[in-house]
Write a protein that binds this ligand. Structure first.
Ligand code: S3P
Length: 179
């Protein structure tokens, strides 16, 4: 049985690295946002509109508990998942948690071109986006920091870099006895 949860801010590469890592290791890949969208037949933005953020967080937490029972999976969580309810505890009990650590300037570069599908970012201009990333990351660090492992995920820009990151993540899990 193996469950790996990737945590980290929006744009940290949870989906990109999680999918590649799962493929390399023959594990199932689950993106929690996509799982929520499938189950509720609505996009994350639509759920935010309909239920408000608080309602979305309840849905997210319920479905996190569901995927925390799957076996042999890599789960890319949402950027806010660790920061609400007892989600971090749920994940640390169910498997191995890995925080994808990426500096603000790299997150900003990635998120500048990926705002529209993210309800917390969609309305922000560049200047507001940068301030939001810096402030929200600082607020969220105490939660991300409860992950068992930390992995620098600032280089995921092309296939070669993703391959290297998959190998490094695999080594990190091995050397820490988490694999
Ligand atoms: C959120 C991150 C998003 C998604 C929602 C809220 C957040 O996931 O769950 O828009 O609060 O950081 P990604 O980290 O996959 O973008």
């Amino acid at each position: 049985m193996k469950r790996i949860f990737l945590t980290g801010f929006m744009g940290a590469g949870k989906t990109t690295l999680g999918r590649a890592f799962a493929r390399a290791k023959g594990l199932e890949f689950i993106d929690l946002d996509w799982y929520i969208e499938e189950r509720h037949h609505r996009t994350v933005s639509e759920l935010f509109d309909k239920l408000g953020e608080e309602g979305f967080r309840r849905v997210e937490s319920n479905l996190l508990r569901e995927v925390a029972e799957f076996e042999n999976v890599v789960v890319a969580t949402g950027g806010g998942t660790p920061c609400f309810l007892d989600n971090m505890e749920v994940m640390n009990r169910a498997g191995v948690t890995v925080f994808l650590d990426v500096p603000v300037d790299v997150l900003f570069r990635r998120l500048k071109v990926a705002r529209s599908s993210r309800p917390l970012l969609a309305q922000k201009n560049d200047a507001e986006l940068e301030v939001f990333i810096r402030e929200a990351l600082e607020r969220r660090m105490p939660y991300y920091g409860q992950s068992m492992l930390r992995f620098a995920a600032d280089r995921l820009e092309d296939r070669r870099q993703i391959e290297v990151a998959v190998t490094q993540l695999s080594e990190l899990l091995e050397t820490t006895g988490k694999e």
